[in-house]
Design a protein around this ligand. Structure first.
Ligand code: GTP
Ligand code: MG
Length: 395
C-alpha cells in the first residue's frame, strides 16, 4: 500500500538489518530501497552506528530502515556499538537477520534476543550469488534456526522482490485499528471535539484526524461537534449514535448528556489501545489509586523537544496526583531517551500518550516495566482514574 511521504515516523514500519561485518547489510538496503544511500565497502566495520532512513519501500509503503554495525564487531568500541544496536531494537517491528553460511553461532544470541523481545524475524541468506549451492546452505540454516530463509543478492537483485513481498505481508497483518471492537461498518459515531484556546488554529489535532479518517474508511457515518453543539448534533440524528468519542477534557460533561444506548470512549483511550496495551494501562491506573502517600512515581514523556502537552505531564498530572495522594509523593519527570534503565526505585510509571513513538517502542517500555515489576499506565488513563471517570469509559 503506497502511503504519502508525510507519514509520521511513529506510523512507519521500522525495519532493522542485523548481520556480521561484510555480510552485505548496507548493500541489501540499497537494493531494497533502489537508492545508493548506505555506504558499502569490503572493509569490515564500514557501518558503525545505527543509521536510520525514512523511505517509501516498494510494495510495503512508508518505512524507516535501520542499518547497524556488524554483530561480530570486535573493535574497542564494540560494546557501545552493540548497545546502540539494542536500542535500535526498541523501535524495531521486523528484523532482517543476514546469514553468510550454515555456521549460525554468532547469530544465535541475537536470534534469542529478538525472540525474547517478540520481534518478527525474517532470515536472509545474503550474497547468494557467491554460493555454489545456495539452496542447500539455506536449508541447513533453516534446520538450525527454525527460520524460513529468503535467498538474496544485493548485487544481482535476486530475491529482492520476494523479500519485499514477505515484509509487506507480515506488516499488513500487524496493521491495527484505533476503533477495533468499538464500532463497525454502518454505525453512527459522534465525535465531540472542543475547539477552544488550547486547540491549534485552523486544523484538527492528529488523534482526531486519524480517528475521523479511520471511521470513514470503515464505512461509519461520522458526525463532528463541539460540547456546545453536542445536543444539536444528537437531536439531528434519528437514533442515538452507537458510539461517542470525546476529548477527555470534557468527558464528564459528555458522560452526563449522552444517550443511554451510546457507548462512550475518548480519543486518549483510543490512542492508548492503539499505542500500548490498554489492559496493562487500566491495571496500572487502578494500582495508582491505591498507592501509599510516600510512593515514588516516574512520569515519562516521549518528546525531547518542548512538548505541546507539557502542562499535562509537568503541571496538571502532578497536581492531580498530589491532590489525590498528598504532598509527600515523590515525582520524577523524564523526557525522550532519558527513560531510566533501572526502574526498581519506582512504585508506578505514568507514560505520555507517545504520539511520537511507534507502538513497538511503547511496548518495549511496557515490557521493561513489567520485567522490573513496576505497574505502568499512561496520561489519558491515569487522568481518567484520578478524575473518577475510568469506570465510565468503554475500551
Ligand atoms: N557478490 C556480492 N557481493 C556483495 C553482495 N552484497 C555485498 N557485497 C559486497 O560485500 C562487501 C560488504 O558489503 P556491505 O554492504 O558494505 O556489508 P555490510 O554488512 O554493510 O558491512 P559492515 O558495514 O562492515 O558491517 C562489499 O564489497 C559489497 O560490494 C552480494 O549480494 N553479492
Ligand atoms: Mg554496512
Amino acid at each position: 500500500m503506497e502511503q504519502p511521504k508525510s507519514t509520521p515516523r511513529s506510523e512507519r514500519l521500522h525495519l532493522t538489518l542485523l548481520g556480521r561485518c561484510n555480510s552485505g547489510k548496507s548493500t541489501l538496503i540499497n537494493s531494497l530501497t533502489g537508492q545508493h544511500s548506505a555506504i558499502v565497502s569490503d572493509i569490515a566495520g564500514t557501518t558503525t552506528d545505527p543509521v536510520s532512513k525514512s523511505i517509501e519501500l516498494p510494495s510495503v509503503g512508508a518505512a524507516v530502515i535501520i542499518d547497524t554495525a556488524g554483530i561480530d564487531d570486535c573493535s574497542p568500541l564494540a560494546e557501545e556499538r552493540m548497545a546502540a544496536t539494542r536500542r535500535a531494537l526498541d523501535t524495531t517491528d521486523i528484523a532482517l537477520i543476514l546469514f553468510g553460511s550454515a555456521d549460525t553461532q554468532i547469530e544465535e544470541p541475537w536470534l534469542e534476543e529478538l525472540r525474547r523481545r517478540k520481534i518478527t524475524i525474517i532470515g536472509v541468506l545474503s550474497q547468494c550469488d557467491r554460493h555454489a549451492d545456495h539452496a542447500a546452505t539455506a536449508k541447513a540454516i533453516e534446520s538450525r534456526t527454525g527460520l524460513k530463509i529468503v535467498c538474496t543478492s544485493g548485487t544481482t537483485g535476486r530475491g529482492i522482490d520476494e523479500l519485499l513481498v514477505t515484509i509487506a505481508s507480515i506488516w499488513q497483518t500487524e496493521e491495527r485499528l484505533l476503533t477495533e471492537g468499538l464500532c463497525r461498518a454502518g454505525d453512527r459515531v459522534l465525535l465531540v471535539m472542543p475547539q477552544d484556546g488550547s486547540a491549534p488554529k485552523g486544523r484538527l489535532i492528529m488523534p482526531q484526524v486519524q480517528t475521523l479518517r479511520e471511521l470513514l474508511d470503515r464505512g461509519c457515518a461520522a458526525t463532528c461537534c463541539t460540547p456546545d453543539t453536542m445536543e444539536l448534533a444528537l437531536r439531528s440524528m434519528s437514533k442515538p449514535p452507537q458510539l461517542i468519542i470525546t476529548d477527555s477534557q470534557v468527558f464528564g460533561f459528555v458522560a452526563d448528556r449522552k444517550p443511554k444506548a451510546s457507548r462512550l470512549t475518548s480519543f486518549s483511550v483510543l490512542q492508548a489501545r492503539y499505542k500500548g496495551d490498554i489492559e496493562s494501562f487500566v491495571e496500572g491506573a487502578h494500582r495508582l489509586l491505591g498507592l501509599h502517600p510516600t510512593a515514588r512515581i516516574l512520569i515519562a514523556e516521549a518528546c525531547t523537544h518542548k512538548p505541546q502537552n507539557e502542562d499535562i505531564g509537568r503541571v496538571k498530572l502532578p497536581h492531580l496526583l498530589h491532590k489525590r495522594l498528598g504532598e509527600r509523593l515523590h515525582i520524577d519527570i523524564v523526557g525522550g531517551a532519558d527513560f531510566p534503565t533501572d526502574l526498581s526505585p519506582y512504585d508506578l510509571i505514568i507514560h505520555c500518550g507517545a504520539c511520537m513513538f511507534t507502538r513497538r517502542h511503547v511496548m518495549s517500555r511496557l515490557a521493561a516495566a513489567q520485567q522490573a515489576g513496576v505497574p505502568i499506565t499512561n496520561y489519558g488513563i491515569a487522568i481518567a482514574a484520578l478524575t473518577g471517570i475510568l469506570d465510565k469509559v468503554d475500551y
